[in-house]
Write a protein of this length. Structure first.
Length: 206
């Protein structure tokens, strides 16, 4: 079944080997801040089933990364899952079971001049994944620009950063503070700083 692991999953140690880091840790990009998309549209690049809510989804090469939720998701009911892998064959699913998001995901938000954004964190110890999306005046000549992707840390030290790329078949998602509040994920944190790697030299927001 799409979205549920049906083959032996590689171990975390294997996924984190230097030559396989990109394949196992690439994370979802936000395709549209704070937009509603209750299910997957035809042709959409996503691991989410038509009956699920697309929270976040994008493609990276032949890999697809998604955050998918049940329509009835809430803090202690339904489910929210992170899925990564080739279309129809996710090789990394978190959490492994379709369980409520309580204790699995922690929301956060950014605030800076000319924009803002949101992030969502989860852990596969000793690694912390931070899925992020933000918009601000850091484009050419101060134009609006966005950054989306995931930062992977090990015990507080940045291990890898992956910026998302647009795709012709992007699937709109609900990722953002309104969704986090709607499902009751709890108080948003503000202690994560977007790594410099996500910005062009000299364009980092202050």
């Amino acid at each position: 079944m799409l979205g549920r692991w049906t083959h032996p999953a590689p171990s975390l140690a294997t996924c984190l080997a230097p030559n396989l880091l990109t394949s196992c840790l690439l994370a979802p990009c936000l395709l549209a801040l704070f937009l509603l998309a209750p299910g997957a549209a035809a042709g959409s690049v996503t691991h989410c089933d038509p009956a699920e809510t697309i929270v976040y989804s994008c493609a990276s090469g032949k890999q697809i990364v998604s955050l998918c939720a049940s329509r009835d998701v809430a803090n202690q009911s339904g489910y929210l899952q992170y899925r990564f892998g080739p279309k129809g064959k996710p090789v990394l699913v978190f959490p492994a079971d379709r369980t409520p998001p309580d204790h699995h995901f922690v929301p956060g938000n950014f605030s800076f001049a000319g924009g803002g954004g949101a992030y969502l964190q989860f852990e596969i110890a000793p690694y912390t994944y931070t899925v992020l999306s933000a918009i601000g005046n850091w484009g050419p000549r101060g134009a609006k620009a966005t950054v989306d992707g995931v930062s992977v840390q090990k015990q507080g030290k940045v291990l890898a950063n992956y910026a998302c790329r647009a795709d012709a078949n992007e699937a709109e998602g609900e990722f953002g503070p309104d969704f986090f509040e709607k499902i009751g994920l709890g108080e948003s944190r503000t202690d994560f700083e977007i790594p410099d790697a996500f910005f062009k030299k000299g364009s980092r927001p202050r």
